[in-house]
Design a protein around this ligand. Structure first.
Ligand code: SAM
Length: 245
């Protein structure tokens, strides 16, 4: 199935992505639960436990495309409140929802929010102990640029972790998943937000994203060492890891 999205340049792609997340910001968290049937929670737990956040005070993680703050909050919680998280997103609407959630959770002192692009991080070299990005990198127009930026802002010894939809490698699951994503997801999107088109776009972007091995190779090309990945739910999503050594 194709929704006929033409090939677009980096600027145009970013414009489309921004429209999607401005429209859905307020309902983003509930949509996430509905569309992944709650699975995104387990996948995110997987990211946080692989990261194993340090309990050292001041340990600082940058969560890029952090949207409404989910990953940042989980990391601070897992560090027993010792870590700091900077949640960066290109979309002010998503960040506003995140800031409100941080206040309600009493995490405002540990989490800050920065509006910027993954392709141009407004931080000096070697600032962060870890860099995470969850369901964000496939939205970034120039993935190689985002990966080089990740490498640049990490301290030596820093960790890179990326959670993203990936290639389903199980014979029957792939058919079910295809039906779910191309038929159910835009329909749920339309029901909850009144517009199915943005979700059709997101599903299309999953299809275009490189598979596990190819994405691992891109991470290595950006300079990272010991690159590896694990699949979740038969490859519906994959978690990639790399180190700046
Ligand atoms: N990380 C959150 C999670 O896992 O629930 C949110 C993921 S949401 C699917 C994707 C996010 O990527 C959106 O908040 C969007 O604004 C952000 N985004 C898209 N392009 C970006 C860019 N170039 N730089 C930073 N964030 C970007």
């Amino acid at each position: 199935t194709s929704y006929g999205f033409k090939t677009v340049g980096p600027g145009e792609k970013q414009g489309l992505v921004n429209d999607v997340f401005h429209k859905v910001a307020k309902r983003y968290d509930i949509m996430n639960d509905l569309m992944s049937a709650g699975l995104h929670r387990a996948w995110k737990d997987g990211l946080v436990s692989w990261l194993n956040p340090s309990k050292r005070a001041g340990w600082h993680v940058l969560d890029v495309a952090g949207g409404t703050g989910d990953i940042g909050f989980r990391i601070v919680d897992a560090s027993h409140g010792n870590a700091r998280a900077t949640v960066l997103d290109i979309n002010g609407s998503m960040l506003s929802v995140g800031e409100e959630r941080a206040r309600k959770r009493g995490l405002a002192d540990n989490v800050d929010f920065v509006e910027a692009s993954a392709e141009e991080l407004p931080f000096p070299d070697e600032t962060f102990d870890a860099y995470t990005i969850s369901f964000g990198i496939r939205n970034v127009p120039r993935i190689d640029v985002a990966l080089s930026e990740a490498f640049r802002v990490l301290k030596p010894g820093g960790r890179f972790l990326c959670l993203e939809f990936s290639d389903v490698e199980m014979p029957i699951l792939d058919k079910i998943y295809e039906k779910w994503s191309f038929e159910a997801i835009p329909r749920i999107g339309k029901m909850v937000t009144g517009d199915g088109e943005p979700y059709a776009y997101l599903v299309e972007s999953i299809r275009k994203f490189p598979n596990q091995e190819n994405f691992a190779a891109m991470i290595s090309r950006a300079g990272f060492s010991r690159v590896s990945f694990r699949n979740y739910s038969g490859g519906i999503s994959a978690l990639h890891s790399g180190w700046k050594l």
